[in-house]
Ligand binder design. Structure first.
Ligand SMILES: Cc1ncc(C[n+]2csc(CCOP(=O)(O)OP(=O)(O)O)c2C)c(N)n1
Length: 461
């Protein structure tokens, strides 16, 4: 068969680094399914498209690689939406190939016609339709590049007649996805350093933007004698090997993190976009550094907002910081944190037959592999994972912490195991969450994935 637009599409996805594509085939996707079949991309047939999007989101979050989903027209591709919100909120590079009815029927309320650009606007960084066979390569490149560089979901709408059309010679468009190193200006750094150097009782509140900057954050805490609280999404990158750690604040955090953030005189926010304004201090001076300028001061007013990658920023800031000597503020919060942690670890199973969820989570924490991957459902499982799973710098935890949807646990575990077959993967599932996407247990069997699923049955009887 001569080369078709579908082949160009899949060829471009391969070149952009796609390894896996999750979804369910239907008529409008047939030609793309053929192209995928004869490509190195592995197709994973799901039972529900939402689970496919959760799996893709988890794979993309863990690896940083572009990961794909593909579905049939109308309801088929519509089903991905919740998982796409999950991916987009987590800045996971995911590409959805949303196949569409043929062009000549668009605009007549035809059977299974959906305006995908309208539907996916809120959960994507790119959403375009391939309008002619001639623009297939260029638009596929644009979609992949947007997902990788804007870090989010790209939706490429592909009418079936276009996918089936003969391919055209196109200019050699290719994906460029380099990541720049960005830091605040010298003047901004001097101003930040001046405030930090003249202040006592400084707390660092660090978030997922600190990925890859563990050592620089710890060095900054050491220099400032500052306790360091972390956000739920920053946990994996910050809690381990960190004598300044005082845990999380907010409704799922503990007393030490809560008080360290509220009682400080200067709060240094590093790559943290914690949403709940009531947990920010009202009298402290807040300095915020984030790679996304739109995050600066959006949760709470700040004195200084500066843009930068946290690692590069701290590397440039550290030589400007004087060694602080008074460790009383730090010691008070670290001691409180140690007490709280010891009390939590001392929990024993109760006298009756029921085992508490927290206790089970702590036992799992004790016996899981040192580099295990955990995916927890929204609800109590995610809270217990964040509180009781120690990551030690090698484990990773995944939960729906920004979108807050149910049922990500098992499908995320599926995606994590698919991309890292040698690793132990554990889903901490709610009974409600597991039931919601139960059909994809079949997918884990089909793919021979040895994920471990713990189901928390905490219903009232
Ligand atoms: C798709 C979706 N529906 C509803 C909710 C609201 N919600 C959050 S947790 C939860 C209960 C989840 O039950 P289960 O998975 O059994 O967890 P647990 O009871 O342990 O919290 C509900 C209904 C949601 N976050 N997402």
């Amino acid at each position: 068969m001569s080369k078709r637009v579908a082949d160009v599409l899949v060829e471009t996805m391969c070149a952009a680094g796609v390894k896996t594509c999750y979804g369910i085939v239907g008529d409008t996707m047939n030609r793309i399914a053929h192209a995928l079949d004869s490509s190195p991309i592995e197709w994973v047939h799901m039972r529900h498209e939402e689970a496919g999007a959760f799996a893709a989101a988890a794979e993309a979050s863990l690896t940083g690689h572009l990961t794909a989903c593909a579905g049939s027209c109308g309801p088929g591709s519509l089903h991905f939406i919740n998982g796409l919100y999950e991916a987009n909120r987590n800045r996971a590079p995911v590409l959805l190939i949303a196949t569409q009815i043929v062009r000549q029927d668009l605009g007549f309320e035809s059977i299974q016609e959906i305006d995908f650009r309208d539907v996916f606007k809120g959960c994507s960084v790119y959403c375009e339709m391939i309008l002619t066979p001639e623009q297939a390569r260029r638009k596929t490149v644009a979609a992949c590049q947007a997902a990788l560089t804007k870090r989010g979901v790209a939706v490429l709408v592909v009418p079936a007649d276009i996918a089936n059309a003969p391919s055209h010679e196109e200019a050699p468009y290719a994906v460029h996805a380099s990541r720049p190193v960005i830091r605040p200006s010298d003047a901004d750094l001097d101003e930040i350093a001046a405030i930090l150097n003249e202040s006592e009782a400084i707390t660092i509140y660090a978030g997922a933007g600190c990925e890859g900057a563990h050592d620089e954050v710890v060095a900054t805490a050491a220099r400032l004698k500052a306790p360091m609280a972390y956000t739920s999404r920053g946990k994996d990158f910050l809690e381990y090997d960190n004598p300044y750690n005082v845990g999380m604040t907010g409704i799922i955090g503990g007393g030490a993190g809560y008080h360290a953030v509220l009682n400080c005189r200067v709060l240094l926010l590093l790559g943290a976009d914690f949403a709940w304004s009531q947990f920010y201090p009202d009298t402290a001076k807040i300095i915020q550094i984030d790679i996304d300028p739109t995050h600066l001061g959006r949760r709470h007013p700040v004195a200084i907002g500066a843009v930068g990658n946290i690692k590069a920023t701290l590397e440039a800031l550290l030589p400007r910081l004087e060694q602080h000597e008074d460790g009383a503020f730090l010691a008070a919060h670290v001691q409180r944190f140690q007490k709280e942690t010891a009390a939590a670890k001392a929990e024993m199973p109760g006298p009756d037959a029921a085992i508490s969820g927290t206790y089970v989570t702590k036992v799992i924490n004790k016996y899981a592999a040192e580099d295990a991957l955990f995916a927890a459902d929204d609800g109590t499982p995610v809270v217990w994972m964040l509180r009781h799973i120690d990551t030690g710098g090698k484990r990773r935890t995944f939960g729906s912490l920004l979108h807050g949807t149910m049922a990500t646990g098992m499908p995320s575990a599926l995606g994590l195991q698919k991309c890292q077959p040698g690793r132990q993967v554990i889903s901490l599932s709610g009974d409600g969450g597991l039931a919601m996407l139960l059909g994809d247990l079949l997918t884990t069997v089909q793919e021979n994935l040895p994920i471990k699923i713990v189901v928390y049955d905490n219903c009232c009887r």
